[in-house]
Ligand binder design. Structure first.
Ligand SMILES: [Mg+2]
Length: 307
């Protein structure tokens, strides 16, 4: 083994239920390449053991970064527990929206190079009722599907797991009204389905907020007024074609604090995981988070060319 010339180490938090055989092979390549660079590497499946290691001040001070190996849920888990630690992403999940946005692939060798290069960017962090997240929060029919899927979930999730919960949601969801107070507004904006985005359109599979940026200190709300299966389908068609922001029944606002109210509890999801029900406060966190990014990642939106 090479001499530990950097005296820095890399911790990997693995989501045990994420990843296929190919993903595991790439994880081995990541570890070997990091060791080639001279880093010590420790992989943790057990969250408590990672906590023990990072509670040690000496070990903590030598930590180069913490790799979240899993999907978007794993990233959120890690940044909620260690918001002050630089985080790197190794995509092994069903949805890896953040990794796609950062242009990080599932190549272990490439990720080792990104970590060694050590370029970090500070990202706006959001929170819902104190729980941190990075990508987006939504409330209404899609969050109902996420809640139902999560209840039915056993082990690793695939896109097929959504089919039954989707139909159950479609049959049973009643589209209650949601009232949202943006920043210091006295009057709410009202709708039956909404999404608050921190990342731009092209990072999402559905381009809800075309101008969102995780570097502008704002969150972007898109709130849809009508509630029915038919209007949901129509909205989705408009969103897919990026026409929804011109509709009179879609509210487009940005702000830093959104207070959600409703007469009956409305489900909320963040980054694909259930996140409770209304009433809720969704806002920018006072702290940001450092993510390791490839050197070719452009944080200046004006330099980017949308899809
Ligand atoms: Mg923003």
């Amino acid at each position: 083994m090479p001499l530990n010339r950097l005296s820095e180490w890399v911790a990997i938090q693995r989501n045990p239920s994420s990843g296929s055989g190919a993903g595991r092979e790439e994880l081995v390549r990541l570890v070997l390449r990091l060791q080639n660079f001279g880093y010590q590497v420790r992989s943790f499946k057990d969250r408590d053991k990672l906590l023990q290691a990072l509670n040690n001040p000496e070990k903590r001070s030598r930590l180069k970064c913490l790799v979240a190996a899993g999907g978007d849920g794993t990233v959120n888990d890690v940044l909620n527990r260690y918001p002050s630690v630089p985080i790197s992403l190794f995509p092994m999940g069903t949805e890896n929206l953040l990794a796609k946005y950062l242009q990080i692939t599932d190549s272990g060798e490439r990720l080792a190079e990104i970590i060694h290069e050590g370029r970090t960017e500070k990202f706006d962090l959001c929170q819902v009722n104190g729980r941190k997240f990075l990508l987006m929060a939504s409330f209404g029919i899609d969050a109902e599907v996420v809640h139902r899927t999560s209840q039915a979930r056993k082990g690793n999730i695939s896109k097929l797991n959504y089919v039954q919960p989707f139909w159950d949601s479609v049959r049973n969801y009643e589209y209650p009204e949601i009232r949202i107070f943006v920043d210091d507004a006295v009057e709410p904006v009202v709708g039956r389905f909404g999404i608050i985005s921190n990342i731009p359109a092209y990072a999402l599979q559905l381009p809800f907020a075309t101008a969102a940026s995780p570097f502008d200190g704002r969150l972007d709300l898109r709130l849809f007024e009508k509630g029915s299966l038919w209007s949901t389908m129509e909205y989705l068609y408009y969103v897919t074609n990026r026409w929804h922001e011109d509709r009179d029944d879609v509210t487009c606002l940005s702000g830093s604090r959104f207070r959600l109210e409703s007469d009956v509890p409305v489900p909320i999801q963040v980054d694909g995981d259930p996140a409770g029900f209304t009433p809720a406060l969704i806002e920018l966190s006072s702290s940001d988070v450092s993510l390791l990014v490839p050197k070719y990642f452009l944080s200046d939106q004006s330099e980017r060319i949308p899809r």
